[in-house]
Design a protein around this ligand. Structure first.
Ligand SMILES: *Cc1c(COP(=O)(O)O)cnc(C)c1O
Length: 375
């Protein structure tokens, strides 16, 4: 019997997506905006339940770009960004001609360290370069130290962009992620907890921010019968066809979170006692959607041994994100690091975590890891 490939995180349709997409075709709402976009936005607002106004966009990256622009980031500015993240958290800073300043993680959530964040802010202020914004990330679904980061944001009056691309369905003190920053962002890329095949959203409590986001996302057209423009715009709105997929996905979001958390619990139950492997536990009142289950090994060699043993069995796994301050493209950017993110990168591995994994997939993965560890 040939074994099927086990993916890290693949799309998982709920069943009703096609109906909404077909509706778009039947009503000829194939042009960009339409009722699926409005309904999808409404379902996100209801689900996150933080008095938010949601603008559906073409990607999470576009959402971060617009968030930065709305917060007034421009050429020559500096923006603080969590170093341990996917490059899309940082890239849009450079689209605006600004410079990212990278801050290391703390060990409890693997996200931005409040101590180093404050140190970075004080340093940049004394250099006459007060940061314009802070990009903080709920990595792999684990909320960052939200209260501590919010305190620093208040103290120095620097707004937070809450990168919730990986954290739809995660909660902090019972409240859903996406509502804690001055502006929040989500991603519906193909590998995320729900997908529109490609898409994102910008979230804010202030309705004016949503209006501004939609204005910028639809070519910044002034109020005139002809096409008139007083600012530079973008083509960043979500299409009505793709929003149809999103509507269907929102009907099963709770199942998706439950399935991902069950994956984590399965791995933890079967691998948690093995020497050389540890898991990232949830601090009290932090609730991760466990978008990806990650393990920390005791050394780079162990991580590579496990990764290769899985690849041999046609099981996809991946090292944790390589920190941005270690990326060639960001080499010259200022950074405030203590080695935490680098150590996570060296020793960490993401395991197959899709909500559509079968029990036998999990068994095969655990069996392969256990065997490799004994060698
Ligand atoms: C996926 C992701 C993004 C970007 O979202 P896209 O929709 O792929 O543009 C941003 N930040 C993080 C942390 C992500 O994982």
């Amino acid at each position: 019997m040939t074994k099927t490939r086990i993916w890290l995180s693949s799309p998982h349709m709920g069943g009703t997506e096609e109906r909404y997409v077909k509706e778009a075709f039947d009503t000829n709402w194939v042009a960009p905006l339409g009722p699926n976009v409005t309904s999808f936005e409404k379902s996100l607002e209801d689900y996150i339940d933080g008095n938010l106004h949601v603008a559906a966009l073409s990607s999470g990256t576009a959402a971060i770009h617009l968030a930065l622009e709305i917060l007034g980031v421009s050429h020559g500015d500096e923006v603080i960004c969590q170093s341990m993240t996917f490059s899309a958290s940082a890239n849009p800073i450079t689209y605006l001609g600004a410079t990212p300043v990278f801050v290391d993680s703390e060990k409890v959530t693997w996200n931005i360290s409040p101590e180093l964040l404050e140190k970075a802010i004080l340093n940049r202020i004394s250099a006459g370069k007060k940061p314009k914004a802070i990009v903080a990330v709920h990595l792999y679904g684990m909320p960052y130290q939200i209260e501590e980061v919010a305190e620093i944001s208040c103290k120095y009056d620097i707004p937070v962009i809450e990168d919730s691309a990986e954290a739809l369905g995660s909660t902090y003190y019972g409240k859903k992620c996406g509502q804690f920053g001055n502006i929040g962002i989500l991603s519906f890329n193909g590998n995320k907890i729900i997908t529109t095949s490609g898409g994102g959203a910008l979230l804010a409590k202030d309705p004016v921010i949503k209006q501004r986001a939609i204005f910028l996302a639809t070519q910044a057209r002034d109020d005139a019968p002809h096409y008139q423009h007083s600012s530079i715009g973008y083509n960043y709105r979500m299409s009505n066809v793709l929003a149809g997929i999103g509507r269907g996905q929102m009907e099963v979001i709770d199942d998706r979170v439950a399935a991902r958390r069950a994956n984590y619990n399965y791995y933890k139950a079967h691998l948690g006692n093995l020497k050389g492997i540890t898991f990232l536990d949830e601090p009290a009142r932090f609730h991760s959607n466990r978008w990806l289950t990650c393990i920390l090994t005791d050394a780079f060699e162990t991580r590579e041994k496990l990764r290769m043993a899985l690849a041999e069995e046609d099981i996809e796994s991946r090292p944790l994100w390589k920190p941005m301050h270690m990326q060639p493209v960001f080499e010259k950017c200022p950074n405030f690091v203590d080695g935490t993110a680098e150590d996570l990168f060296v020793r960490g591995l993401c395991l197959p975590s899709g909500s559509n994994l079968l029990e036998e997939d999990l068994e095969r993965t655990v069996f392969t890891l256990t065997k490799a560890l004994q060698q």
